[in-house]
Each structure stands twice: as C-alpha cells, then as structure tokens.
Design a binder for this molecule. Sequence first.
Ligand code: SF4
Ligand SMILES: [Zn+2]
Ligand SMILES: [Zn+2]
Length: 317
Amino acid sequence: MNMSQISTCCENSSYTQDPQSKKLYCKNHFIELIDNKVRKAINRFNMLDRNDHIGLGYSGGKDSSVLLNILVKLQNRYPSCNLTVLTIDEGIKGYRDECLELTRKIAEKYQVYHVIKSFKNIFGATLDQMVETSLEKKSSLSACAICGMLRRRALNIAAKQVNVTKIATAHNLDDEAQSILLNLLRGDSNRFIRLSRAPILKFKTLIPRIRPFVYVTEPEIVLYAYAKNLEYHSYPCPYASSAMRNNVRTFLSKMEGKRPSTLRNIVNLHDTIGQYFPKEESLKPPFLCQICGEISSYEICPICQLLDDLGIEKSLK
Ligand code: SF4
Ligand SMILES: [Zn+2]
Ligand SMILES: [Zn+2]
C-alpha cells in the first residue's frame, strides 16, 4: 500500500493509524472512533436498559479509568441510568493502598458516588494474609486465583448493597480473546460457554455483568488515555505472576502484531458458535451454597470452601 492509497479521517494532523484498515485518525476522530466502538457493543449485546443503575468496577488502572470517562459521557445519552463507582480493596500492601487515594480523587472529579469495600471487611482477612496462610498450608492456589475469585464476589456484594442492576467491568478485546483461548486450552467447557458478551439475567443472586470494551484493544485504551490526558495508576501488583494467562497474552499480542484482527476473529468466532451453546437457564448451577446462599456448582461454594481451608472464621451468611 503506498501513501496515496492510505485514507485519512480529515485534514487535521494524524494522531494514530488503525492497524487493520491502515486509515489515519486525528485525535478527535480517534476519540470518536473508540466512543462508537463502546456504543456499538452496548447496542449489539443489549447491555443497558432504561433506568439501569450501573456499578463500574473501578481499580484506578488505565482500563477502568478510560471506561469511567466514557460512561460519564454516555450518561448524557442514557439520562435515566445511574452510575456508581465500586472499588475493591484486596488488601495488598504497597499496591492497592497507593491506588485508593487516586480512585477517590478521580471519583470526586467526576462527581460520581464511590463505594469502597475491602476483602478484610467482607471476608475477614486481607489478600496478603490469605496468601501467607495459603503458603503455610502449602495450598496450590496462586494469589491471583484467590484474588480473582474473591474480587468477583466482593463486587457482587458491594453492587447489591447499593442496588446496582448491572456491573460494568473494563475487560477489553485482548482480555476477551485471552479468556476464550485460556478456557479452550484448559478444556473448561462451562467457562468457555459462560463467556457470552450479553448480560446473563437469570441467576437471581448474581448481578448481570457487562463488558463495554469488548471491541476495544489494549493499545487503543492506552492511546485514548493519552489523548484525553487521563490520570490512572500504573504500579504493578506484586503478585502479578507468570500465570498461564501471561503466556497466552504474549502469544496473542505477537499474533495481533503480525495479523491485526486475530483478537477480533477469536471473539467473533466465539459469538458465532455462541448461538449453539445451551441457553442461560440450563447453565444455572444446581445448588445454593449451604453457607452463604450463593449459586454454586457444589453444596459448599468454592469461596466458603477456601475461607474454611484458610481457617478464616468470618461467615458470609
Ligand atoms: S495481579 Fe493477581 S493478585 Fe494482583 S490484583 Fe491482579 S489478580 Fe489480584
Ligand atoms: Zn479527523
Ligand atoms: Zn458459599
């Protein structure tokens, strides 16, 4: 492709080039492009209803900071929707405590209601304490496995307490493609099926989740934050490890570099075969946990089991 064949959005100087179409975008049209990708995902998967109260899972990192900026703007189009920011403090010394200040400051800047809930308060111990006990007990669970499982539950608990009707998370196209491939590699058909991008509505104790960044790549999010001069924290979590997801992330970003559309192809394929997946109701796990009452595949849910294994007495009842 020579320069004369490359299209441009307008006369303004270019800010970035779309890796797939090679089209050049100025800053304003690039921002508009990303806003439209979010709107398209929300419409295509019916993520929002009138009067929804959105609870944004907000860590203060770049992805959730950009999503907050876009959702605040989108509120003008959905004036009957409410927005609350939900931050989970896992209890990671030298990491999360540093981010909390920034999340408070940013929520205040946008004038959105901000709820902070901690693992210590909900589960009775910080992640640091749980990891320490887990190591002492020679458990095979990694810090990230414990953290991921508990953060999902903590977000659901925080959201219920303020009557949120949809939880929005800032998972992007890279995360989506990684999750699809990871579950394929693990042979985990249940999770593979549950990765649907449409909010699942039928599980009464679980608030439906939406992922409006499903069409937006990680580099686009970084560029958006830069274009709008958004503040976010970028300290690395001390537990970020060499988990399987990191191998998949490296592999996929190399492939995307060579063939820009790899990520999109994986997600599109998952959407296409999704029409043959079992329907929502039949995916419902069969039990309500005997301890906490949450929906579960076992009589005691994995979280209550984990807390028991770690000797944490806090009851989730
Ligand atoms: S890297 Fe792991 S432990 Fe750290 S916040 Fe992420 S999931 Fe939690
Ligand atoms: Zn332009
Ligand atoms: Zn339970």
